[in-house]
Write a protein that binds this ligand. Structure first.
Ligand SMILES: [Zn+2]
Length: 330
């Protein structure tokens, strides 16, 4: 999610309760892949190579909790291969519940470097070094779940990417309720869009789940449920074992939102209309989203959904919200 200056983050930190504790992952440093903090378990039977990845962003604790639990269960695949990874460990190890916004990354966003040009290039950073170390493994992965959480309070969403195969995969997993189909970010490429994941002709596929606000208890539950539904969809774990982990309550039917626009603030004074928040739906074209200074910002079409609005500390040039068209109710 969008972060602000150091001062902003400290101010925000005082307003948000940290309900989750970052697990000790030191036991997983020496895995079996030759890459720190990544282990691969091979069933010896044909099947996809599946990766469950945590802490692409160092302060997104719910994914670390889920992967730690999978390790502690000694989960092994019944076919194919299962890899468990902690990505931006350097940032994660700096997580401090008293300053929880500070450890998203060390030098740059790990989730904006995933193009061959950047990875093969000469630029250096903590995150690029880690991405380069992980790349040989990522190149072998067929199916990826990348577990994230969000800066501001927001209902969970599955980021499917723009391709039909990603949307279909999100429907197969079946949770969270909202599927957000987007093209990523102008300032760099995400791991979920890298290589075959972003190629419509490849059988590789990837999902990025945003489980809720970074440190709310509900994000831990969403990460666990999504992980097990994902593993079940990949058909690499024992079905009974998966059923024992997956909540008996059927998830709500899913809705697809296709991101069309990013609203960028032109002033310091961007205010959303009263009552609007993430996943709010504006029923009619022309409905008021907010004001940028004195200029009204209006919904460009019917059934316009607000995706991850930044409600505070807006500044000119910042993307304050992405807009998506609600397409289908499954
Ligand atoms: Zn993230």
């Amino acid at each position: 999610m969008v972060t602000g200056t150091t001062t902003t983050m400290t101010t925000m930190a005082t307003n948000i309760k940290v309900e989750l504790a970052a697990p000790d992952i030191s036991a997983y440093r020496r895995g079996n892949t030759g890459i720190d903090y990544i282990s691969t378990f091979d069933s010896g039977k044909p099947g996809p190579h599946v990766l469950v990845n945590a802490v692409t962003h160092g302060n997104e604790i719910c994914g670390a909790i889920a992967v730690d639990r999978l390790f502690k269960m000694n989960l092994r695949p019944s076919r194919g291969k299962l890899s468990l990874a902690f990505a931006n460990v350097d940032a994660y190890l700096r997580f401090d519940a008293a300053e929880p916004h500070q450890s998203r990354f060390i030098d740059e966003d790990f989730n904006r470097v995933w193009t061959p040009a950047t990875l093969d290039g000469s630029r250096d950073s903590t995150e690029l070094r880690r991405a380069r170390a992980m790349r040989p493994l990522i190149d072998q992965v067929d199916l990826l779940l990348d577990i994230h959480s969000m800066h501001d309070p927001h209902g969970p969403v599955m980021i499917s990417g723009p391709l039909d195969k990603g949307i279909a995969f999100a429907r197969q997993v079946g949770t969270p309720q909202y599927i957000v189909a987007d093209r990523g970010h102008a300032n760099g490429t995400r791991m979920r869009d890298y290589g075959g994941f972003g190629d419509p002709d490849s059988t590789k596929n990837a999902l990025l789940v945003e489980c809720g606000q970074h440190w709310e208890k509900a994000a831990e539950h969403m990460a666990w449920q999504t992980t097990w539904r994902f593993l079940r969809s990949c058909e690499i774990v024992d079905a009974e074992l998966a059923s024992a982990q997956i909540s008996a309550d059927p998830p709500p039917s899913q809705s697809l939102v296709r991101v069309t626009d990013a609203v960028v603030a032109n002033s310091l004074d961007f205010r959303f209309a009263s009552g609007l928040k993430g996943l709010s739906r504006l029923a009619r074209k022309g409905d008021l989203i907010g004001h940028d200074g004195r200029t009204p910002v209006l919904a460009p079409y019917d059934n316009c959904v607000l995706i991850m609005p930044t409600m505070v500390h807006v500044k000119p040039g910042l993307t304050v919200v992405r807009l998506g068209r609600l397409e289908v109710s499954a």
